[in-house]
Every structure is written in C-alpha cells, then in structure tokens.
Ligand binder design. Structure first.
Ligand code: OOG
Ligand code: MG
Length: 263
C-alpha cells in the first residue's frame, strides 16, 4: 500500500537530494505528510536512488541502521532501517572529510561484510548469512540527516536514505571463521580521547542478524542481496557528533583501525 502518488514521491526525493547537495536542512517530511506509510518511505528512498544513478553515480553497498540499542535509544526509535551507499560517498582511510559539504555530521563504527553468494529472504538467519559471507571488514560511517536538528521519525529517515552521507573502509579484511563478531571490541576515539566503545553483540545480538533482517526485508519486496555486495551492519555505539578540525580513529579488535580528519 502507499498513500502518495508518483509525482509527490519524486518531489520529496528531489527535496531531500537538494538538501543533501546544498548542505541545507529541511523539516521532516512526515510533518507535511502525516499519513504516509512504510511503502511511501521506501518509494521515496528508491526515487532518490534513481536520482543518484541518473547523475551517473553507482550504488556500491547496502546499509542497515538503528540496529544497536544505543542507536535506537539515541534516536528514540525501536526498529532498524535499511538504505544504500553510493560511490561518491566513499573516502579513503586516513583521508579528509569536507565539512562544508555536510550539515551536522556524526560518526559511527560499523562491522561490515562482503557477500560471496546471493541472499534471498524470507527465512534468512545468522547462519544463512555466515554461509554467504566472503569476508569481514571495518568501516566508519559518517551520517548526516537532512532533517533539522537531526530529529526524525522512522518514515522520514527511511525516505532520507537513513542519513547516509560518507563512509570510510579501512583496517583489514578477515575471514569470518577467524572471528567472533559478538565479542569483537570497538573503541571510538575523537581527538585522541576514547569517547565510546562497544562489542559487536550490541548490534542485534550478532552483527550478521542485521544482514539477515536486510535480506528478509528485501525478500518481502521480491529483491535479493547479490553476491559481492558490501553491507554495513549499523553503528555499534551511539553516533558521535564531529566538526571541522576533529580527527577520528576507530580501533576494531582483530580488524585494525579506521581513521579520518574533518576539514
Ligand atoms: C539513521 C541512520 C542510522 C546506523 O548505523 O545506526 C545508521 C540515523 O541515526 O540518522 O546508519
Ligand atoms: Mg550507520
């Protein structure tokens, strides 16, 4: 079901993309469309994806968000959301992130995987994801809600591609069989100080449960996760606000460090 017609969906996707490209916040869209439903929200995200592809960008990964209790509590929501990352969002490990292009960025430490086989829900669980995992790699996501004061509800944030903005893959790739993702420790440092830490189990009890949920979510829509897909499982701790001049380093047990500077 959906409540918005195609032209409204397109207009809202254009509004959110303009906010992103001009680094200007907007009021959350459910203020104007209180009756919009989940299908509308994902339809707007899909229209946004179409706008990106129309500009020649490539979709280079999928993401789950609001998968840890810390994140759900921070944002006042109770269930995960799913989105995509595109090529223009990637920044090199140890590189600079331009704050002038962003509204109110925050960083998140994320355990990520790349798949080696397709995953199709319904019925995916942690073990299905284990069987389809090629390797594990750490990343930092820079989220930047297009909504004023970073305040939103689930439908608004889904339409806004779950605040996706930049991401940095770093550290080293590892075989899943060599790791225990539940006890894998993550320490987030800002300007040399530890500001947040957690273990992988903070994400839905096991980070791969986020991938299973994503596969089941897509399966309900007749889609699958193809082999070779980079997937971010969601921030393990609450997100940390950053500004120009800050440097961030996240130390992942067994996976190395991911770092960046905000300029
Ligand atoms: C929504 C995106 C959350 C994560 O890893 O939890 C997310 C937000 O908090 O703005 O990417
Ligand atoms: Mg995230």
């Amino acid at each position: 079901m959906s409540t918005l017609d195609k032209s409204e969906v397109t207009r809202l996707a254009e509004l959110l993309e303009a906010a992103e490209l001009q680094a200007r916040d907007v009021t959350k869209i459910t203020d104007d469309y209180p009756g919009m439903d989940w299908d509308d929200a994902y339809a707007i995200q899909e229209a946004l994806r179409g706008l990106k592809e129309g500009r020649g960008h490539k979709i280079v990964g999928l993401k789950a968000g609001l998968t840890s209790f810390a994140k759900m509590k921070q944002m006042g929501v109770t269930s995960p959301v799913f989105g995509f990352v595109a090529d223009y969002m990637a920044r090199p490990d140890g590189g600079d992130i331009e704050t002038s292009q962003l509204i109110h960025p925050k960083v998140e430490a994320e355990i990520c995987i790349v798949t080696k086989a397709p995953l199709k829900g319904p019925g995916c669980h942690v073990a299905s994801v284990m069987a389809a995992t090629d390797f594990v790699v750490p990343a930092v996501e820079v989220i930047d809600s297009r909504y004023r004061d970073f305040k939103f509800d689930l439908k608004s944030v889904i339409a806004d591609n779950t605040s996706a903005s930049r991401f940095v893959i770093g550290g080293r790739m590892r075989d899943l069989a060599e790791l225990d993702l539940r006890t894998l420790g993550v320490v987030l440092e800002k300007n040399g100080e530890v500001v947040s830490m957690a273990a992988g189990a903070a994400v839905l009890g096991h980070p791969l449960a986020a991938v299973a949920m994503l596969a089941n979510h897509l399966g309900a829509r007749g889609q699958e996760i193809p082999a070779g897909t980079f997937i971010m499982t969601g921030g393990v701790t609450e997100a940390i606000a950053v500004e120009k001049g800050d440097s961030v380093a996240v130390r992942f047990q067994d996976l190395g460090t991911v770092s960046m500077r905000f300029v």
